[in-house]
Design a protein around this ligand. Sequence first.
Ligand SMILES: O=C(O)c1cc(=O)[nH]c(=O)n1[C@@H]1O[C@H](COP(=O)(O)O)[C@@H](O)[C@H]1O
Length: 240
Amino acid sequence: MTNPFCLALDMKSWEEALRLLSRLTPKPAIVKIGPLLYLRESGRIEEWFIRTDQPVFLDFKWHDIPNTVAGSVEAIPGSCVKLLTVHAQGGKKMIRAARDAADSRDASGKGRPLVLAVTVLTHLDGPQLAELGIQGRQDAVRRLGTLALESGADGLVMSPGDLAMARKEWGREPLVVTPGIRFPERNRVQNDDQILAESPENALQKGSDLLVVGRPILESPDPPTSWSRLLFSWTPPPET
Ligand SMILES: O=C(O)c1cc(=O)[nH]c(=O)n1[C@@H]1O[C@H](COP(=O)(O)O)[C@@H](O)[C@H]1O
């Protein structure tokens, strides 16, 4: 990765997405495309997938029976998708099916997307988790994360508030991706649903490998300046 930043393209039009991307320097290491944009612009996105060399994080958070998830991974067009998501709650067999399908893409020359397992969604607070029968967020992240890593997931998605526990539990090795990033000095986004959000500085310091950032850039009155602010939070490693 050229930098530890993923831009979530959660907008309604593909033109808007391309226009925003063209204004950002340096480019995000990877751009995230999920249902919000894909379902509106699937035709153009699929064409772009075939010809782009921009790394893509395809975020459909699959949570289905193993056969359906494997078939969905196989169906991804082109070879630009480097990261994809499944829900850890889909269970061992589903995660393994996603990983096997990712491996078989590699065998057929399409490259191997890394399979990320979403542990506990970053909007779920204590009362909502209790309604789901889950007592204790970090305990659930630990349990689901271990299950996912043992089932072939390459990495985990979690809130930055879970990072300290994650690095203690699994060490530096697994790839950990964190949405829920907010600039403390300009923390308001519309309908904000992230709990345990952290500044980019804190998330990096606590050991996040990839920060997923959407609305703080998309809703900024000046996206290039907000993007520079984000980049400024990161110290590139010394060149060897
Ligand atoms: O898998 C994800 O990317 C994801 C998992 C999660 O638990 N929480 C979460 O917010 N996300 C995604 O991360 C992005 C966060 O966007 P902002 O809250 O606008 O910065 C959105 O595209 C979400 O779909």
